[in-house]
Every structure is written in C-alpha cells, then in structure tokens.
Design a protein around this ligand. Structure first.
Ligand SMILES: Nc1ncnc2c1ncn2[C@@H]1O[C@H](COP(=O)(O)OP(=O)(O)O)[C@@H](O)[C@H]1O
Ligand SMILES: [Mg+2]
Length: 356
C-alpha cells in the first residue's frame, strides 16, 4: 500500500512571521512590450510587527507598490500575498475583506472638507454599519489616541497640517487594521510636525502592534522610524536590509546618495580627496554602533603601537533604537603600527579606505 501523497495547493509557503510578501512582482502600465515598467521583478517580505520603509526618488514605483499591496492595482506578473492569502487575482468580497484590514495614510490627508473631524473618522465605521453609539465610542477612543478629542466638532480647514494628518491616522485606524500603509505621509509637513507625526506612527506600531509600511523619499524618515528598509530605483529593489546595515554600509550608488543626504558623518568623494591632500597620513573611516567602545579601542591601540591619530571628519547618527557613529581618522606613525591599529579598529567596527 502506498501512503497518499500530500496535496499540493501550488501556493508558496509563507513563513508565519511574514505579513506581506511580493514575489517576482512586475507592473507594466500600457501594452506589455511598449508599456512603462513601473515595477520590475520585485521581491519583498514585510514581517509582522515591524516598521518597514520603502525609499526611492520620485517615479521609482513606490506608490505603485502600495497600490499592489492593498489590491488597488493588479500585478502584470508575480504574486502578492497578504497574511497568507494570495491577493494577486482576488476580486469582490474576499478582496474587500483583506482591504478592510489595511489602513491608508496619504500625503495630502484626503479628508472630507464637508465633514467634521468626527465625521471623517466615523466614515469608515458608518460604511461598516456600526450604530451611532458605537461610532461615538470608537471615534472618541481614536481621537484621544491621536490627541485630538477636543477637535471632534471642528472642520479640517481649521486644522494645521499635522493635526490633519493625525485625523488621517485616526481614520486609518478606525477599522482596526493589521497593516498601515503610509505613502509620503509627512512629505507635506515641516520638520517639527514631521517628527510629531512619526512619533505617532511609532506609537501605532508599538502600542497597537500594527505593522507599518512607510513610503518616503527622505532617509531622515527611514532613520527616525523604520526597522528595515528597501531601496527602490526605477522599479527595482537595489538594496534591502536593516536600517542600521543600510545606513552604516550602503552598497548601491542610489543608497549611498540617500545616505549622504541624511547622514552628515561620512565624507563624500570630493571631501575625501580634499582630506587626502591635506593629510599626509593614512586615512580610514570607521563605522561603529558603539562609539564608546571605539574610543577605548582607538586610544589603547594607538598608544601601544606608537601611532598618533586625529579625527578629521565624523559624527553620530541617531536611529530608532540605536546610533551609528562614523569617524574618519588620520593615522600617523610607523607602517606596522598603523596597520596594527587598523587591525584593532576592525574589531570595533567596519573600517574602510585603509590605504596610505
Ligand atoms: N496609472 C498609471 N498609468 C501609467 N503610468 C503610471 C501609472 N501610475 C504610475 N505610473 C508610472 O509608473 C512610474 C512609477 O510611479 P509611482 O509608483 O507613482 O512612483 P513614486 O510613487 O515612486 O513616485 C512612473 O513613471 C509613473 O509615471
Ligand atoms: Mg508616490
């Protein structure tokens, strides 16, 4: 007797901690052969409970990516899985059921001008058929979470940009989503208001346990809020990883440009050339996540090997839970001593450019 074979459903096996998965996703607008390829063979995995950022310049395909995840667009090829369900060709009721579990926050807030703050936040609850009393309870809860309970009866035009976005976030939370998609949600805001809205998104993630996908063209936003990041360039993911790894050691040219724009602690190529001309020493750049450890390693090694050092460039960049320090050092002394010092530094962090 032969044992019955396990039935294959043909579906990919998705690990349980994966909330969203894109596999070989391409999206072409217009005719396949002459159309515009907005996304090109994208693989992504967003884990439950994380804040995942997608960064890219304008036109990179970020909004298209968002619209594929919430089922507003369909892929040209490849699959999108949300919470284990392949939504690639889903329509009608089952698609609406998935979409109810996804909240959206927009750059231009998209509030209804003719409705009060209460009316805006209550709208999705009304659509879901909740009674007036339930709506009132839920809206009060949401507005106090975002700190706008006292604005319930005002109209959007009376609010500041930051307040409007907080209403947008309250509305997105109304249906109790598992996933929040924030497409350039701070791009219309000034830096101070941006910080407030990012702090609120962090509370949404940490206190409510909601997974967030943050779409942005600013590395500062990624740095302040995200756990992991994917860099999108002309429809392709050119790099993906933890924010710490990406900021500490950006690999692709696009990522390096994004990092240079936010992290002021690494000299760019021109500046490095200037430094090389100014210092007749070995220049190295050390990137560390524990700058205090670097300090002690550096001074001990320099002393032991008879090497002088000078910090010629550098600084510390704060991330969500940690910081990255990057310091460009001029090392002066006997060749063997300099080499031994570089060796010791390698134990404390990543060392680049150890050429005399
Ligand atoms: N509905 C559409 N029809 C045709 N082209 C589109 C459509 N949506 C987006 N595109 C094109 O796809 C590319 C990516 O757009 P988008 O996803 O909006 O980028 P981003 O959000 O990163 O700025 C752009 O070249 C854009 O013009
Ligand atoms: Mg966009």
């Amino acid at each position: 007797m032969t044992a019955p074979l396990a039935k294959s459903t043909g579906e990919a096996v998705v690990p349980p901690d994966t909330l969203v998965r894109l596999e070989s996703v391409s999206k072409v607008f217009g005719k396949d052969d002459e159309g515009h390829r907005a996304l090109d063979d994208v693989d992504l995995e967003i884990r439950r409970g994380e804040i995942f950022a997608v960064i890219g310049y304008s036109g990179a395909g970020k909004s298209t990516l968002v619209r594929l995840i919430n089922g507003l667009e369909q892929t040209t090829s490849g699959t999108v899985t949300v919470d284990g369900v392949d939504i690639t060709r889903l329509r009608g009721k089952p698609l609406r059921a998935i979409r109810r579990r996804i909240g959206m926050v927009f750059q231009q807030f998209n509030l209804m001008r003719s409705r009060t703050v209460f009316g805006n936040v209550a709208y999705p609850l009304q659509l879901a058929g909740l009674g007036r009393a339930e709506q009132e309870d839920r809206v009060a809860e949401l507005l106090s979470f975002v700190g706008l309970l006292d604005k319930a009866w005002t109209y959007p035009e009376e609010l500041s940009g930051g307040q409007k976005q907080r209403v947008g976030i309250a509305r997105a939370l109304a249906s109790d989503p598992d996933l929040l998609l924030a497409d350039e949600s701070t791009s219309a805001l000034d830096p101070e208001t941006t910080r407030e809205v990012l702090a609120l998104l962090r509370r949404v993630n940490e206190e409510l346990g909601i997974t967030i996908v943050v779409i942005t063209h600013e590395m500062d936003v990624v740095r302040a809020i995200a756990d992991r990041v994917a860099v999108l360039d002309s429809g392709r993911v050119v790099e993906t990883g933890s924010v710490r790894d990406i900021l500490g050691a950006p690999q692709s040219e696009t990522t390096q440009r994004f990092v240079a724009a936010t992290v002021g602690n690494r000299p760019n190529a021109d500046r490095l050339q200037q430094l090389r001309e100014a210092y007749d020493d070995t220049l190295v750049t050390v990137t560390v996540t524990d700058e205090r450890a670097l300090g002690s390693v550096l001074s001990a090694a320099a002393r032991r090997h008879g090497v002088d050092f000078e910090i010629v460039y550098g600084g510390i960049t704060d991330l969500k839970h940690e910081s990255i320090g990057s310091f460009t050092l001029a090392l002066r002394g006997p060749d063997t001593g300099v080499l031994a010092t570089v060796d010791a530094l390698s134990a404390a962090g990543t060392v680049e450019g150890a050429t005399a």
